[in-house]
Design a protein around this ligand. Structure first.
Ligand SMILES: [Zn+2]
Ligand SMILES: [Zn+2]
Ligand SMILES: [Zn+2]
Ligand SMILES: [Zn+2]
Length: 138
């Protein structure tokens, strides 16, 4: 039974949503992409593809080669591999064994333990150099 019928043509549908999509695309000239698996709808095809890929197909661009972990963000994969599989802390102090996954913590560490400088401008320049020299990129 097609409960929802188009008033402008023979089209009939079982759901109100597909009737709306029909009216939009055929009679109003608005192209709408409706997700069949949830309420998501968009007028932009790339957005629709992205939605289906990420939300329903679980397609994440960056996959870990050593476990099921996957993410849409390259940086997250770096962090994952470094911390989970390599046991590496991403931000390492060049002057001692201290390591952390948070840049801010390293800044605090270098600031407190190794620099002890009161001039904030000098500190930030030096910290930037320390951090950059130790950032591990696979
Ligand atoms: Zn129609
Ligand atoms: Zn969806
Ligand atoms: Zn992994
Ligand atoms: Zn240190």
């Amino acid at each position: 039974m097609k409960k929802f019928k188009c008033s402008q043509c023979d089209y009939g549908s079982t759901t109100n949503r597909s009737l709306n999509a029909h009216i939009n695309s055929v009679h109003l000239g608005i192209k709408t992409y409706n997700c069949e698996q949830c309420d998501y709808a968009t007028n932009y095809k790339p957005n629709f593809k992205h939605h289906v890929n990420t939300v329903h197909l679980g397609m994440k661009k960056y996959k870990c080669g050593q476990c099921d972990y996957a993410t849409s963000y390259k940086n997250n994969l770096y962090v994952h591999v470094n911390t989970v599989h390599l046991g590496i802390k991403i931000f390492k102090c060049s002057q001692c064994d201290y390591g952390t996954n948070y840049k801010q913590n390293l800044e605090l560490h270098v600031n407190r333990i190794h620099l002890g400088i009161k001039n904030i401008n000098v500190i930030s320049v030096i910290i930037e150099q320390v951090i950059r020299g130790n950032l591990i990129i696979i």
